[in-house]
Design a protein around this ligand. Structure first.
Ligand code: PAF
Length: 276
């Protein structure tokens, strides 16, 4: 496994590479969810590149860029058996002085996470476009957990005629259903217990729909009620939307995305399930 720390060196390595390249973009502090993406990339490509870059432009001024968990040594040890190249550029290399080009995906970035985190998806789309240009992958792998991010990247790839395949991989969960996330590390023991309410509410939504309920308002109401019984949980949003546009549905037409953001103490968690 080779660790490459500059854009110039990554481009050089890419020029010498033959066969399909699979890219797994990450911000590090890897967990089993990331590893499942890398495994899938390994199965489907001749060469696997994992990027580790905590992208400053996708964090708001009051967000956790500085405190975002980092552990490069552990990340590299996890990647060693599965990865050919780890690309770990510096922020100064990715965004040199006077950098001023941005990728703005319209429409779907205005809702949900985009509404709660202004500028977030501009930062995500920009860095992902840059990574695609530097690594030139045949396939790139993203977790279904960040469903809106996935929809934004798919839209960018379609609108800008980017020549690669976007592969969505299932959310990996802890035994109590909590979706794996680097931010789970912020939860104390009591909050960690409470955080399982997100997946319980999504499971309830799926069960109600399987029993024939297709009124989105009723399902949202039942989820709100269940989460409301957890004193540490504070709902930011619950959405039942069309899977590509994320536009809210009144009557559920499948596939539909049930997604939510809930604060447990000061930690904001997101999760989703697809009804199909
Ligand atoms: O999902 C993430 O970890 C990040 O948003 C990504 C896609 C690596 C871009 O910085």
């Amino acid at each position: 496994m080779k660790v490459i720390e500059t854009v110039v060196a990554m481009r050089g390595r890419r020029r010498e590479t033959e066969g399909a390249v699979g890219l797994v973009p990450t911000m590090g502090y890897l967990h089993e969810g990331h590893v499942s993406l890398v495994r899938r990339a390994r199965e489907e490509n001749a060469v696997v590149v994992v990027s580790i870059f905590v992208n400053p432009t996708q964090f708001g001024p009051r967000e956790d860029f500085k405190s975002y968990p980092r552990d490069t040594k552990r990340d590299l040890a996890l990647l060693e058996p599965l990865t050919d190249v780890v690309f770990m550029p510096s922020a100064a290399d990715m965004y040199p002085e006077k950098y001023d080009t941005w990728v703005e995906v319209g429409g779907i970035t205005e809702r949900l996470e985009g509404a709660a985190r202004p500028g977030h998806f501009r930062g995500v789309a920009t860095v992902v476009a840059k990574l695609f240009n530097i690594v030139r992958p045949a396939r790139a792998y993203f977790g279904q957990k960040d469903a809106q991010q996935l929809a934004v990247i798919r839209k960018m790839v379609a609108d800008l005629n980017m020549d690669l395949q976007i592969i969505a991989c299932p959310t990996v969960r802890e035994p109590d259903g909590l979706a794996m996330s680097s931010r789970n590390t912020y939860l104390n023991a009591e909050q960690r217990r409470a955080a399982a309410v997100l997946y319980r509410s999504l499971t309830l939504a799926r069960e109600l729909w399987q029993q024939g309920e297709n009124d989105a308002g009723t399902i949202r109401h039942e989820m709100t009620d269940l989460i409301g019984r957890e004193p540490l949980a504070d709902i930011d949003y619950i959405s039942i939307g069309e899977v590509n546009t994320l536009k809210e549905l009144h009557r559920i037409r499948t596939p539909a995305l049930v997604s939510l953001a809930v604060k447990i103490g000061r930690v904001r968690l997101i999760d989703n399930v697809v009804l199909e």
